[in-house]
Design a protein around this ligand. Structure first.
Ligand code: FE2
Ligand code: FE2
Length: 492
């Protein structure tokens, strides 16, 4: 028989870290962005090392280097927002698609057409492959649209996190090309902010370096000198190509994070204050929720409900803050699941279910790398576990489920059933309470469930939008949610 709820005060709010560097937190979270982009782990960190070396070679001042540093780390923070559309149009797993498309010189129309044809409907029958190719071919603004969505959201996230305007601007223009054939604005030469030119070169060199090695990366840079890239920046890159000791740090995956954190410019390291950590958690919740329109605002709602339930059971202060962050980040592992599965309108196959069931393990892996979030990583990851051990993926129950995990389990299901989805309206509260009551004491902790019912029936859940500062409201305002028609694969 499952045990009663562990005491909240003993379970959460403990093990909090003192002074944490902001660079350390963001650097660790970039692994989640790499996962979404289909890049090899450490892509963003290696791109940041390259960008900083180029920035120094270009003679940037300290304030500019600081803006460049955070722009390079956050360059892909808008990456999840175009995943659903890309996956729906191409009919292929979005991560693989993104990784392949990053290696294509899309100024070369023939190569682009061939690569597009190969990337459409991967694993589907020929009729569906042709159908997807035609859908892509009939969307002439596709490349611009998907880049615009990613760049604008990335720039907004940097802004909400409180970085300087130069950081947001660098992200916004990161896909503009020296010759004017980039996107979304088609600006050219020195009209493009220097930091954007640096990051474009750094991230493309990294993608080739990871896939094909240094020689191929240098050849690519030389070939695209003056078309994609600022010629001066390519010259700076080629000038340090033989600095073997420097390049070897890119291959040292164990110490990559350390190398990047050590490079943080500025007179003193930026500290991850509680307010900044909340904003980071909100920002990544927005990244998670933007991944699929089927779960839009799920993370932020789960966080609100979890804080409400925990509050009703006497949790406040640091415990409440941890609950908020655990709720916001509990599904961060979903960034590693393809949208072809997440957004599939039909019944999932066993293999597809197995893929979805991996996301809590990804959540644990990602959060465990973040020093400020490590202490609640296992609790956040266990949100699909059940009191009687019938959950997934670890099938743990009873005492192995902390108070936080039990609260998140209830908040997660409550949110999933009450929220509107593109294909159905949310269920009425009374119906949801009836459905969940069947699992009271077996799947769900009785005390946690009763607390949730109390809040749900009095409508108090609905008024928790201002649970912390302005981050929640602000991010929901600036990051509108994409909607998608699952049958036609059209994005509205
Ligand atoms: Fe989940
Ligand atoms: Fe969830």
């Amino acid at each position: 028989m499952p045990r009663l709820t562990p005491k909240p005060s003993a379970a959460i709010g403990a093990g909090r870290v003192g002074t944490v560097r902001l660079a350390d937190v963001i650097a660790a979270l970039t692994y989640a962005l790499d996962l979404t982009e289909g890049q090899r782990p450490g892509h963003t960190l290696r791109s940041t090392l390259l960008a900083m070396r180029l920035g120094e070679a270009a003679g940037l001042g300290r304030a500019e280097l600081e803006a460049l540093y955070y722009a390079a780390l956050l360059k892909d923070s808008g990456c999840s927002s175009n995943a659903a559309r890309m996956s729906a149009l191409f009919g292929s797993p979005d991560q693989e698609l993104k990784r392949n498309m990053r290696l294509v010189d899309w100024h070369d129309r023939w190569t682009l057409a061939m690569r597009t044809a190969r990337s459409c409907g991967v694993g589907l029958n020929p009729v569906h492959r042709i159908r997807h190719f035609l859908m892509v071919a009939q969307t002439p603004t596709l490349t611009r649209d998907i880049i615009q969505t990613r760049c604008e959201r990335g720039a907004q996230i940097a802004q909400v996190l409180g970085f300087p305007a130069a950081t947001s601007e660098a992200i916004l223009y990161v896909d503009e090309h020296w010759c004017g054939l980039g996107h979304p604005f088609g600006i050219a030469g020195e009209e493009i902010p220097l930091m954007s030119r640096i990051i474009l070169l750094a991230q493309t060199v990294e993608a080739f370096w990871s896939e094909q090695g240094t020689k191929a990366a240098m050849e690519m840079a030389r070939k695209r000198r003056g078309t994609w890239f600022d010629p001066t920046m390519v010259d700076h890159l080629l000038a340090f190509r033989r600095d073997a000791a420097w390049w070897s740090q890119l291959a040292d995956s164990e110490r990559l994070g350390e190398s990047v954190v050590a490079l943080e410019p500025g007179s003193a390291p930026l500290v991850a204050t509680d307010e900044r950590l909340d904003r980071i958690a909100f920002a990544f919740a927005a990244v998670i929720d933007a991944k699929t329109p089927f779960t839009a605002r799920h993370s932020t709602n789960v966080a609100r409900y979890a804080v409400g339930i925990a509050g009703a059971l006497g949790v406040d202060g640091a415990g409440s803050r941890d609950m908020l962050r655990a709720g916001l980040l509990h599904d961060i592992g979903k960034l590693g699941v393809s949208n072809r599965i997440l957004d599939k309108p039909d019944k999932l196959t066993d293999d597809e279910f197995a893929e979805i069931r991996k996301h809590p393990a990804w959540t644990l892996e990602i959060l465990d790398h973040v020093s400020a979030f490590r202490h609640f990583a296992p609790d956040a990851a266990r949100h699909h576990e059940r009191l009687d051990g019938r959950g997934y993926p670890w099938r743990v129950g009873g005492e192995q489920l902390s108070f936080t995990a039990r609260v998140l389990a209830v908040a997660d299901v409550y949110e999933a059933l009450t929220a509107n989805r593109p294909y159905r309206d949310g269920l009425p509260v009374a119906t949801v309470v009836d459905i969940m009551a069947r699992d009271r004491g077996t799947a769900f902790d009785p005390q946690v469930f009763e607390a949730a019912v109390g809040l749900a029936e009095t409508g108090i859940f609905a008024s928790l939008a201002t649970v912390t500062e302005d981050g929640f409201e602000q991010l929901q305002e600036v990051i509108p949610v994409q909607s998608i028609d699952s049958r036609s694969h059209r994005v509205a």
